[in-house]
Ligand binder design. Structure first.
Ligand SMILES: CC(C)(COP(=O)(O)OP(=O)(O)OC[C@H]1O[C@@H](n2cnc3c(N)ncnc32)[C@H](O)[C@@H]1OP(=O)(O)O)[C@@H](O)C(=O)NCCC(=O)NCCS
Length: 161
């Protein structure tokens, strides 16, 4: 009898070949209003920020997450997605934990996120923070965001490591 291959999910650093899949995923979830899309040029420039969740079997792209350095002792969790079929299996938490471990390796002990998924991040230990406490984010990214300043309804949450 033929042995059935079991699909195994795992996390790894993103490679250049992952960029179209990351772009597609961000676009799809941005259409649902979950997060902001990112351009190809931005993804190529920031590829080293990304971890991806892949399946060893067919059509294997299941999620992504990025740790973006904002300033001295400040980094941001961005572009977090776990696709529908793989949600609620602990992969979102593992992606965030992987980014937090990388922050510690880099010597960065304050990690924030801008999110609508406040319950999820609160569950992981993040706490609400006033966006005014993250001025470096406002200078660097928010100024270029179409939702800035009046339509930004994402909640800023911070974890001190
Ligand atoms: C938010 C998201 C990344 C969570 O990923 P996930 O793999 O489903 O989450 P996990 O399975 O790791 O959940 C970890 C814990 O958080 C809880 N949790 C997960 N999603 C939650 C939610 N939306 N609200 C409250 N708690 C949640 C789980 O119950 C789990 O607790 P448990 O360990 O006691 O079971 C995923 O739902 C997603 O990609 N959503 C769409 C895109 C999005 O909104 N991204 C966030 C942009 S900042």
């Amino acid at each position: 009898m033929a042995k059935q291959k079991q699909n195994i999910l795992y996390l790894r650093k993103a490679t250049i070949q992952d960029v179209p899949s990351i772009h597609h995923l961000l676009l799809r979830f941005s259409r649902q209003g979950a997060l902001l899309p990112r351009s190809y040029s931005e993804l190529y420039k920031h590829l080293r920020d990304f971890f991806v969740l892949v399946d060893n079997g067919e059509a294997g792209f299941k999620g992504c997450c990025a740790l973006s350095i904002t300033w001295e002792n400040l980094a941001e969790i961005r572009s977090l997605i776990v696709v529908e079929g793989a949600q609620r299996e602990g992969w979102g938490r593992r992606l965030v934990d992987t980014c937090l471990s990388e922050a510690i390796t880099l010597g960065i002990y304050r990690v924030f996120t801008l999110t609508y998924q406040t319950d999820f991040f609160a569950y992981l230990g993040f706490e609400d923070v006033d966006k005014e406490q993250l001025p470096q984010k406002v200078w660097s990214d928010c100024l270029n965001c179409p939702k800035f300043p009046d339509w930004c309804d994402e909640v800023a949450m911070l974890m001190e490591l």
